[in-house]
Unconditional design. Sequence first.
Lengths: 302, 171
Amino acid sequence: MEEKHRLFVAVDILYICMMVLPIVFGIVLRILTAPPTEGISITGARILFTVPMPIQDLPITEAQVNSWLVMISITGLCLFLTHGLQIRKVSKRQHLAEWIVEKLDNMVRESMGEFFMVFSPFIAAIFALSAISSLSSLLGVYAPTADVNVVAGWGILVFILITYYKLKGGLLNYLKGYTEPIAVMIPLNILGEIATPVSMTFRHYGNVLSGSVIAVLIAAALQALSSLVLGWLPGFLGDIPFLQIGLPAILSLYFDVFSSCMQAYIFAMLTMLNISGGFPQELYEKRMEKKLARKKKAAESI
Amino acid sequence: MQSLDVISINLWQILISLINLLLIFFIIKKFLFKPVKKLFATRQAELDDRYASAENAEKQALVNKDAWEQKMQSAEAEAKTILQSATENAKYRGEKIVEEARTRADSILRQAEIEASLERKKAEDGIRREIVEVSGALTEKMLGREINTQDHRVLIDSFIDEIGNEDDTDR
Protein backbone atom coordinates (compact mmCIF):
# COMPACT_ATOMS: atom_id res chain seq x y z
CA MET A 1 0.00 0.00 0.00
CA GLU A 2 2.74 2.40 1.05
CA GLU A 3 4.89 1.40 -1.87
CA LYS A 4 1.99 1.78 -4.24
CA HIS A 5 1.37 5.28 -2.96
CA ARG A 6 5.02 6.17 -3.37
CA LEU A 7 4.97 4.86 -6.92
CA PHE A 8 1.86 6.92 -7.63
CA VAL A 9 3.54 10.07 -6.39
CA ALA A 10 6.66 9.28 -8.41
CA VAL A 11 4.61 8.93 -11.59
CA ASP A 12 2.85 12.17 -10.73
CA ILE A 13 6.15 13.96 -10.42
CA LEU A 14 7.23 12.51 -13.74
CA TYR A 15 4.12 13.88 -15.43
CA ILE A 16 4.56 17.28 -13.81
CA CYS A 17 8.15 17.34 -15.05
CA MET A 18 6.83 16.43 -18.49
CA MET A 19 4.56 19.47 -18.27
CA VAL A 20 7.03 21.97 -16.90
CA LEU A 21 10.41 20.98 -18.29
CA PRO A 22 9.65 21.60 -22.00
CA ILE A 23 8.63 25.17 -21.21
CA VAL A 24 11.77 25.66 -19.12
CA PHE A 25 13.77 24.25 -22.00
CA GLY A 26 12.10 26.72 -24.34
CA ILE A 27 13.01 29.63 -22.07
CA VAL A 28 16.61 28.44 -21.82
CA LEU A 29 16.81 28.05 -25.58
CA ARG A 30 15.47 31.57 -26.01
CA ILE A 31 18.04 33.00 -23.67
CA LEU A 32 20.92 31.03 -25.18
CA THR A 33 20.09 32.02 -28.72
CA ALA A 34 19.47 35.66 -27.87
CA PRO A 35 21.35 37.91 -30.28
CA PRO A 36 24.07 40.01 -28.72
CA THR A 37 22.66 43.34 -29.82
CA GLU A 38 19.57 44.56 -28.00
CA GLY A 39 18.00 46.56 -30.76
CA ILE A 40 14.36 46.94 -31.54
CA SER A 41 13.62 44.59 -34.36
CA ILE A 42 10.44 42.97 -35.46
CA THR A 43 11.33 39.70 -37.04
CA GLY A 44 9.94 36.22 -37.31
CA ALA A 45 11.11 33.24 -35.34
CA ARG A 46 14.81 32.62 -34.98
CA ILE A 47 16.19 29.89 -37.18
CA LEU A 48 18.08 27.30 -35.16
CA PHE A 49 19.31 25.28 -38.09
CA THR A 50 18.18 24.43 -41.59
CA VAL A 51 17.42 21.01 -42.96
CA PRO A 52 17.85 20.68 -46.71
CA MET A 53 14.67 19.36 -48.27
CA PRO A 54 13.29 19.08 -51.80
CA ILE A 55 11.28 22.00 -53.16
CA GLN A 56 12.13 24.22 -50.22
CA ASP A 57 14.66 24.01 -47.40
CA LEU A 58 13.15 23.40 -43.97
CA PRO A 59 14.39 25.84 -41.39
CA ILE A 60 13.89 24.53 -37.90
CA THR A 61 12.81 27.66 -36.06
CA GLU A 62 11.97 28.55 -32.54
CA ALA A 63 8.30 28.39 -33.42
CA GLN A 64 8.66 24.80 -34.55
CA VAL A 65 10.61 23.73 -31.50
CA ASN A 66 8.25 25.56 -29.18
CA SER A 67 5.21 23.93 -30.74
CA TRP A 68 6.77 20.52 -30.11
CA LEU A 69 7.54 21.52 -26.56
CA VAL A 70 3.96 22.67 -26.10
CA MET A 71 2.81 19.32 -27.46
CA ILE A 72 4.91 17.47 -24.93
CA SER A 73 3.50 19.71 -22.22
CA ILE A 74 -0.06 18.99 -23.30
CA THR A 75 0.66 15.26 -23.31
CA GLY A 76 2.04 15.56 -19.80
CA LEU A 77 -1.02 17.54 -18.73
CA CYS A 78 -3.38 14.92 -20.16
CA LEU A 79 -1.48 12.12 -18.45
CA PHE A 80 -1.41 14.03 -15.19
CA LEU A 81 -5.12 14.82 -15.26
CA THR A 82 -6.17 11.27 -15.99
CA HIS A 83 -3.67 9.66 -13.63
CA GLY A 84 -5.46 7.68 -10.95
CA LEU A 85 -9.02 8.04 -12.15
CA GLN A 86 -11.52 6.68 -9.69
CA ILE A 87 -15.23 6.11 -9.76
CA ARG A 88 -15.65 7.41 -6.25
CA LYS A 89 -13.46 9.62 -4.08
CA VAL A 90 -12.86 11.96 -6.99
CA SER A 91 -9.73 14.08 -6.72
CA LYS A 92 -9.47 17.71 -7.80
CA ARG A 93 -7.56 16.96 -10.97
CA GLN A 94 -10.09 14.32 -11.92
CA HIS A 95 -12.80 16.92 -11.45
CA LEU A 96 -10.89 19.15 -13.83
CA ALA A 97 -10.48 16.36 -16.40
CA GLU A 98 -14.17 15.46 -16.20
CA TRP A 99 -15.12 19.12 -16.42
CA ILE A 100 -13.00 19.63 -19.54
CA VAL A 101 -14.41 16.57 -21.27
CA GLU A 102 -17.98 17.38 -20.37
CA LYS A 103 -17.69 21.04 -21.36
CA LEU A 104 -16.14 20.20 -24.71
CA ASP A 105 -18.68 17.50 -25.39
CA ASN A 106 -21.49 19.91 -24.63
CA MET A 107 -19.92 22.62 -26.75
CA VAL A 108 -19.51 20.30 -29.72
CA ARG A 109 -22.99 18.87 -29.28
CA GLU A 110 -24.54 22.30 -29.20
CA SER A 111 -22.73 23.83 -32.15
CA MET A 112 -22.14 20.78 -34.35
CA GLY A 113 -24.77 18.22 -33.45
CA GLU A 114 -24.73 14.60 -32.37
CA PHE A 115 -23.23 13.42 -35.68
CA PHE A 116 -19.97 15.29 -35.05
CA MET A 117 -19.35 14.04 -31.51
CA VAL A 118 -16.08 12.46 -32.74
CA PHE A 119 -14.84 16.00 -33.12
CA SER A 120 -14.71 16.87 -29.45
CA PRO A 121 -11.09 15.64 -29.00
CA PHE A 122 -10.15 17.51 -32.18
CA ILE A 123 -11.68 20.73 -30.88
CA ALA A 124 -9.92 20.10 -27.58
CA ALA A 125 -6.65 19.67 -29.47
CA ILE A 126 -7.10 22.94 -31.38
CA PHE A 127 -8.10 24.77 -28.23
CA ALA A 128 -5.25 23.42 -26.12
CA LEU A 129 -2.58 23.83 -28.77
CA SER A 130 -3.65 27.34 -29.71
CA ALA A 131 -4.23 28.62 -26.18
CA ILE A 132 -1.10 27.14 -24.63
CA SER A 133 1.07 28.15 -27.61
CA SER A 134 -0.15 31.74 -27.35
CA LEU A 135 0.07 31.80 -23.56
CA SER A 136 3.66 30.59 -23.69
CA SER A 137 4.60 34.10 -24.80
CA LEU A 138 3.89 35.11 -21.20
CA LEU A 139 7.03 33.21 -20.22
CA GLY A 140 9.14 35.04 -22.76
CA VAL A 141 9.12 32.19 -25.24
CA TYR A 142 8.43 32.91 -28.89
CA ALA A 143 4.77 31.97 -29.31
CA PRO A 144 4.41 29.31 -32.04
CA THR A 145 1.12 30.87 -33.06
CA ALA A 146 2.97 34.06 -34.00
CA ASP A 147 4.43 32.08 -36.91
CA VAL A 148 2.11 32.02 -39.88
CA ASN A 149 3.18 28.54 -40.94
CA VAL A 150 1.99 26.93 -37.71
CA VAL A 151 -1.46 28.39 -37.90
CA ALA A 152 -1.61 27.82 -41.65
CA GLY A 153 -1.14 24.11 -41.02
CA TRP A 154 -4.16 24.09 -38.75
CA GLY A 155 -6.16 26.15 -41.22
CA ILE A 156 -5.35 23.74 -44.04
CA LEU A 157 -6.29 20.76 -41.91
CA VAL A 158 -9.62 22.42 -41.11
CA PHE A 159 -10.10 23.14 -44.80
CA ILE A 160 -9.47 19.49 -45.64
CA LEU A 161 -12.01 18.44 -43.03
CA ILE A 162 -14.58 20.93 -44.33
CA THR A 163 -14.16 19.65 -47.86
CA TYR A 164 -14.23 16.04 -46.72
CA TYR A 165 -17.56 16.53 -44.97
CA LYS A 166 -18.93 18.50 -47.90
CA LEU A 167 -18.02 15.62 -50.21
CA LYS A 168 -20.09 13.28 -48.04
CA GLY A 169 -23.11 14.68 -49.83
CA GLY A 170 -21.75 13.35 -53.14
CA LEU A 171 -19.15 14.76 -55.53
CA LEU A 172 -21.72 16.02 -58.01
CA ASN A 173 -23.62 17.85 -55.32
CA TYR A 174 -20.38 19.36 -54.09
CA LEU A 175 -19.48 20.63 -57.54
CA LYS A 176 -23.04 21.85 -58.06
CA GLY A 177 -22.67 23.87 -54.89
CA TYR A 178 -20.20 26.15 -56.71
CA THR A 179 -22.69 27.12 -59.39
CA GLU A 180 -25.22 28.45 -56.95
CA PRO A 181 -27.07 30.70 -57.18
CA ILE A 182 -25.89 31.11 -60.83
CA ALA A 183 -23.04 29.65 -62.86
CA VAL A 184 -21.34 33.03 -63.16
CA MET A 185 -20.59 32.89 -59.46
CA ILE A 186 -18.16 29.98 -59.85
CA PRO A 187 -14.92 31.98 -59.40
CA LEU A 188 -16.33 33.87 -56.46
CA ASN A 189 -17.51 30.67 -54.83
CA ILE A 190 -14.12 29.08 -55.24
CA LEU A 191 -12.53 32.18 -53.80
CA GLY A 192 -14.96 32.09 -50.89
CA GLU A 193 -14.11 28.46 -50.27
CA ILE A 194 -10.42 29.20 -50.13
CA ALA A 195 -10.96 32.34 -48.10
CA THR A 196 -12.25 30.35 -45.16
CA PRO A 197 -8.95 28.75 -44.07
CA VAL A 198 -6.95 31.79 -45.11
CA SER A 199 -9.06 34.16 -43.07
CA MET A 200 -8.99 31.79 -40.10
CA THR A 201 -5.22 31.51 -40.32
CA PHE A 202 -4.52 35.19 -40.69
CA ARG A 203 -7.00 36.20 -38.04
CA HIS A 204 -5.30 34.01 -35.47
CA TYR A 205 -1.73 34.60 -36.54
CA GLY A 206 -2.24 38.33 -36.98
CA ASN A 207 -3.77 38.77 -33.58
CA VAL A 208 -0.96 37.03 -31.77
CA LEU A 209 1.80 38.64 -33.82
CA SER A 210 0.31 42.10 -33.57
CA GLY A 211 0.16 41.65 -29.82
CA SER A 212 3.88 40.97 -29.63
CA VAL A 213 4.66 43.77 -32.14
CA ILE A 214 2.69 46.26 -30.10
CA ALA A 215 4.40 45.05 -26.95
CA VAL A 216 7.81 45.62 -28.53
CA LEU A 217 6.83 49.03 -29.84
CA ILE A 218 5.44 50.18 -26.53
CA ALA A 219 8.45 48.87 -24.65
CA ALA A 220 10.75 50.77 -27.02
CA ALA A 221 8.66 53.91 -26.80
CA LEU A 222 8.63 53.76 -23.04
CA GLN A 223 12.36 53.25 -22.94
CA ALA A 224 12.89 56.31 -25.11
CA LEU A 225 10.48 58.32 -22.99
CA SER A 226 12.17 57.15 -19.85
CA SER A 227 15.64 58.18 -20.99
CA LEU A 228 14.22 61.52 -22.12
CA VAL A 229 12.38 62.31 -18.89
CA LEU A 230 14.54 60.59 -16.29
CA GLY A 231 17.92 60.84 -18.05
CA TRP A 232 19.08 63.55 -15.63
CA LEU A 233 19.25 61.01 -12.76
CA PRO A 234 22.86 60.42 -11.65
CA GLY A 235 24.86 57.35 -12.61
CA PHE A 236 23.26 54.14 -13.69
CA LEU A 237 19.86 55.27 -12.37
CA GLY A 238 19.45 57.24 -15.55
CA ASP A 239 19.84 54.12 -17.63
CA ILE A 240 17.04 52.20 -15.91
CA PRO A 241 13.82 52.60 -17.90
CA PHE A 242 11.50 53.20 -14.95
CA LEU A 243 8.54 53.99 -17.16
CA GLN A 244 8.63 50.45 -18.50
CA ILE A 245 7.29 49.28 -15.16
CA GLY A 246 3.54 48.76 -15.07
CA LEU A 247 2.07 49.63 -18.45
CA PRO A 248 3.58 46.70 -20.43
CA ALA A 249 2.27 44.31 -17.80
CA ILE A 250 -1.26 45.61 -18.15
CA LEU A 251 -1.05 45.53 -21.94
CA SER A 252 0.32 42.02 -21.83
CA LEU A 253 -2.69 41.04 -19.75
CA TYR A 254 -4.81 41.95 -22.75
CA PHE A 255 -2.54 40.89 -25.60
CA ASP A 256 -1.18 37.72 -24.08
CA VAL A 257 -3.83 36.37 -21.74
CA PHE A 258 -7.15 37.62 -23.04
CA SER A 259 -6.28 37.66 -26.72
CA SER A 260 -4.70 34.20 -26.56
CA CYS A 261 -7.74 32.58 -25.03
CA MET A 262 -10.05 34.59 -27.28
CA GLN A 263 -8.23 33.57 -30.46
CA ALA A 264 -8.13 29.92 -29.41
CA TYR A 265 -11.87 30.04 -28.73
CA ILE A 266 -12.58 31.81 -32.01
CA PHE A 267 -10.49 29.36 -33.99
CA ALA A 268 -12.19 26.37 -32.33
CA MET A 269 -15.63 27.93 -32.80
CA LEU A 270 -15.01 28.71 -36.48
CA THR A 271 -13.73 25.20 -37.05
CA MET A 272 -16.89 23.73 -35.59
CA LEU A 273 -19.22 26.07 -37.42
CA ASN A 274 -17.50 25.71 -40.78
CA ILE A 275 -17.34 21.94 -40.65
CA SER A 276 -20.89 21.41 -39.44
CA GLY A 277 -22.24 24.27 -41.55
CA GLY A 278 -20.77 22.92 -44.76
CA PHE A 279 -21.99 19.38 -44.10
CA PRO A 280 -25.08 18.65 -46.25
CA GLN A 281 -26.96 16.49 -43.79
CA GLU A 282 -30.06 15.84 -45.90
CA LEU A 283 -28.09 14.83 -48.97
CA TYR A 284 -25.88 12.61 -46.85
CA GLU A 285 -28.87 10.87 -45.32
CA LYS A 286 -30.43 10.38 -48.74
CA ARG A 287 -27.22 8.85 -50.02
CA MET A 288 -27.00 6.57 -47.02
CA GLU A 289 -30.57 5.42 -47.56
CA LYS A 290 -29.84 4.69 -51.21
CA LYS A 291 -26.72 2.78 -50.27
CA LEU A 292 -28.65 0.76 -47.72
CA ALA A 293 -31.37 -0.02 -50.22
CA ARG A 294 -28.76 -1.12 -52.80
CA LYS A 295 -27.11 -3.35 -50.23
CA LYS A 296 -30.45 -4.88 -49.36
CA LYS A 297 -31.18 -5.52 -53.01
CA ALA A 298 -27.81 -7.15 -53.48
CA ALA A 299 -28.38 -9.32 -50.46
CA GLU A 300 -31.82 -10.33 -51.75
CA SER A 301 -30.51 -11.17 -55.21
CA ILE A 302 -27.93 -13.46 -53.67
CA MET B 1 21.51 33.95 -35.34
CA GLN B 2 19.29 34.34 -38.35
CA SER B 3 15.61 35.08 -38.13
CA LEU B 4 12.74 34.42 -40.44
CA ASP B 5 10.88 37.27 -42.00
CA VAL B 6 7.66 38.21 -40.30
CA ILE B 7 5.68 36.51 -43.02
CA SER B 8 7.49 33.66 -44.68
CA ILE B 9 5.57 30.73 -46.01
CA ASN B 10 7.29 27.39 -45.83
CA LEU B 11 5.48 24.31 -47.10
CA TRP B 12 7.33 21.88 -44.87
CA GLN B 13 6.64 23.91 -41.79
CA ILE B 14 2.96 24.02 -42.69
CA LEU B 15 2.96 20.26 -43.19
CA ILE B 16 4.73 19.72 -39.87
CA SER B 17 2.24 21.94 -38.10
CA LEU B 18 -0.64 20.05 -39.69
CA ILE B 19 0.82 16.76 -38.52
CA ASN B 20 1.42 18.26 -35.10
CA LEU B 21 -2.25 19.13 -34.75
CA LEU B 22 -3.26 15.64 -35.85
CA LEU B 23 -0.81 14.16 -33.37
CA ILE B 24 -2.09 16.24 -30.50
CA PHE B 25 -5.61 15.26 -31.51
CA PHE B 26 -4.72 11.58 -31.16
CA ILE B 27 -2.86 12.21 -27.93
CA ILE B 28 -5.77 14.08 -26.36
CA LYS B 29 -8.19 11.47 -27.61
CA LYS B 30 -6.17 8.61 -26.19
CA PHE B 31 -4.93 10.11 -22.95
CA LEU B 32 -7.73 12.44 -21.94
CA PHE B 33 -11.00 11.57 -23.64
CA LYS B 34 -10.73 7.82 -23.70
CA PRO B 35 -10.03 7.29 -19.98
CA VAL B 36 -12.59 9.87 -18.91
CA LYS B 37 -15.26 8.47 -21.24
CA LYS B 38 -14.46 4.99 -19.96
CA LEU B 39 -14.82 6.27 -16.44
CA PHE B 40 -18.18 7.81 -17.29
CA ALA B 41 -19.31 4.54 -18.81
CA THR B 42 -18.27 2.46 -15.81
CA ARG B 43 -19.84 4.98 -13.47
CA GLN B 44 -23.06 4.85 -15.44
CA ALA B 45 -22.96 1.07 -15.45
CA GLU B 46 -22.42 0.99 -11.71
CA LEU B 47 -25.23 3.44 -11.23
CA ASP B 48 -27.57 1.35 -13.36
CA ASP B 49 -26.49 -1.71 -11.44
CA ARG B 50 -27.22 0.03 -8.18
CA TYR B 51 -30.61 1.11 -9.37
CA ALA B 52 -31.45 -2.37 -10.55
CA SER B 53 -30.41 -3.96 -7.27
CA ALA B 54 -32.30 -1.32 -5.32
CA GLU B 55 -35.39 -1.97 -7.38
CA ASN B 56 -35.00 -5.69 -6.82
CA ALA B 57 -34.63 -5.16 -3.11
CA GLU B 58 -37.72 -2.99 -3.08
CA LYS B 59 -39.68 -5.61 -4.96
CA GLN B 60 -38.47 -8.30 -2.57
CA ALA B 61 -39.37 -6.13 0.38
CA LEU B 62 -42.85 -5.57 -1.00
CA VAL B 63 -43.32 -9.31 -1.48
CA ASN B 64 -42.09 -9.91 2.05
CA LYS B 65 -44.40 -7.25 3.33
CA ASP B 66 -47.37 -8.85 1.63
CA ALA B 67 -46.44 -12.24 3.03
CA TRP B 68 -46.07 -10.79 6.48
CA GLU B 69 -49.34 -8.99 6.25
CA GLN B 70 -51.08 -12.18 5.24
CA LYS B 71 -49.43 -14.02 8.06
CA MET B 72 -50.42 -11.33 10.47
CA GLN B 73 -54.00 -11.48 9.31
CA SER B 74 -54.17 -15.25 9.66
CA ALA B 75 -52.54 -15.01 13.07
CA GLU B 76 -55.10 -12.45 14.11
CA ALA B 77 -57.92 -14.68 12.97
CA GLU B 78 -56.39 -17.60 14.76
CA ALA B 79 -56.05 -15.59 17.93
CA LYS B 80 -59.64 -14.57 17.61
CA THR B 81 -60.83 -18.16 17.25
CA ILE B 82 -58.63 -19.27 20.11
CA LEU B 83 -60.00 -16.52 22.27
CA GLN B 84 -63.55 -17.38 21.31
CA SER B 85 -63.16 -21.06 22.01
CA ALA B 86 -61.43 -20.25 25.29
CA THR B 87 -64.22 -17.98 26.40
CA GLU B 88 -66.79 -20.53 25.37
CA ASN B 89 -64.95 -23.22 27.20
CA ALA B 90 -64.65 -21.06 30.26
CA LYS B 91 -68.31 -20.18 30.12
CA TYR B 92 -69.30 -23.80 29.76
CA ARG B 93 -67.05 -24.85 32.56
CA GLY B 94 -68.22 -22.10 34.82
CA GLU B 95 -71.79 -23.05 34.17
CA LYS B 96 -70.98 -26.64 34.85
CA ILE B 97 -69.28 -25.76 38.10
CA VAL B 98 -72.13 -23.56 39.19
CA GLU B 99 -74.63 -26.26 38.35
CA GLU B 100 -72.65 -28.85 40.17
CA ALA B 101 -72.38 -26.60 43.15
CA ARG B 102 -76.08 -25.95 43.03
CA THR B 103 -76.97 -29.65 42.84
CA ARG B 104 -74.62 -30.40 45.63
CA ALA B 105 -76.01 -27.61 47.73
CA ASP B 106 -79.48 -28.86 46.94
CA SER B 107 -78.62 -32.39 47.96
CA ILE B 108 -77.01 -31.12 51.15
CA LEU B 109 -80.03 -29.02 51.89
CA ARG B 110 -82.36 -31.89 51.21
CA GLN B 111 -80.39 -34.21 53.42
CA ALA B 112 -80.34 -31.62 56.12
CA GLU B 113 -84.09 -31.25 55.80
CA ILE B 114 -84.59 -35.00 55.94
CA GLU B 115 -82.35 -35.23 58.94
CA ALA B 116 -84.12 -32.37 60.62
CA SER B 117 -87.51 -33.89 60.01
CA LEU B 118 -86.29 -37.22 61.25
CA GLU B 119 -84.91 -35.58 64.33
CA ARG B 120 -88.14 -33.83 64.87
CA LYS B 121 -90.15 -36.99 64.47
CA LYS B 122 -87.86 -38.69 66.90
CA ALA B 123 -88.28 -35.87 69.34
CA GLU B 124 -91.99 -35.87 68.82
CA ASP B 125 -92.15 -39.59 69.40
CA GLY B 126 -90.02 -39.25 72.52
CA ILE B 127 -92.22 -36.49 73.87
CA ARG B 128 -95.30 -38.44 72.99
CA ARG B 129 -94.01 -41.49 74.77
CA GLU B 130 -93.13 -39.44 77.75
CA ILE B 131 -96.46 -37.79 77.74
CA VAL B 132 -98.13 -41.23 77.57
CA GLU B 133 -96.05 -42.45 80.40
CA VAL B 134 -96.62 -39.32 82.43
CA SER B 135 -100.32 -39.28 81.73
CA GLY B 136 -100.43 -43.04 82.49
CA ALA B 137 -98.74 -42.53 85.82
CA LEU B 138 -100.93 -39.52 86.53
CA THR B 139 -104.13 -41.38 85.78
CA GLU B 140 -102.91 -44.31 87.80
CA LYS B 141 -102.41 -42.08 90.74
CA MET B 142 -105.68 -40.35 90.23
CA LEU B 143 -107.70 -43.49 89.78
CA GLY B 144 -105.74 -45.43 92.27
CA ARG B 145 -105.31 -48.30 90.18
CA GLU B 146 -103.03 -49.70 87.82
CA ILE B 147 -103.60 -49.02 84.21
CA ASN B 148 -102.56 -51.30 81.57
CA THR B 149 -100.54 -49.07 79.45
CA GLN B 150 -100.78 -51.34 76.56
CA ASP B 151 -104.53 -51.27 76.72
CA HIS B 152 -104.93 -47.61 77.00
CA ARG B 153 -102.31 -46.63 74.72
CA VAL B 154 -104.60 -46.00 71.71
CA LEU B 155 -106.91 -43.94 73.80
CA ILE B 156 -104.16 -41.77 75.07
CA ASP B 157 -102.66 -41.33 71.70
CA SER B 158 -105.89 -40.12 70.17
CA PHE B 159 -106.22 -37.77 73.06
CA ILE B 160 -102.79 -36.34 72.60
CA ASP B 161 -103.40 -36.02 68.92
CA GLU B 162 -106.50 -34.06 69.68
CA ILE B 163 -104.53 -31.77 71.91
CA GLY B 164 -101.85 -31.48 69.26
CA ASN B 165 -104.39 -30.62 66.64
CA GLU B 166 -105.99 -28.07 68.91
CA ASP B 167 -102.59 -26.61 69.39
CA ASP B 168 -102.05 -26.50 65.69
CA THR B 169 -105.34 -24.78 65.01
CA ASP B 170 -104.72 -22.40 67.84
CA ARG B 171 -101.44 -21.32 66.48
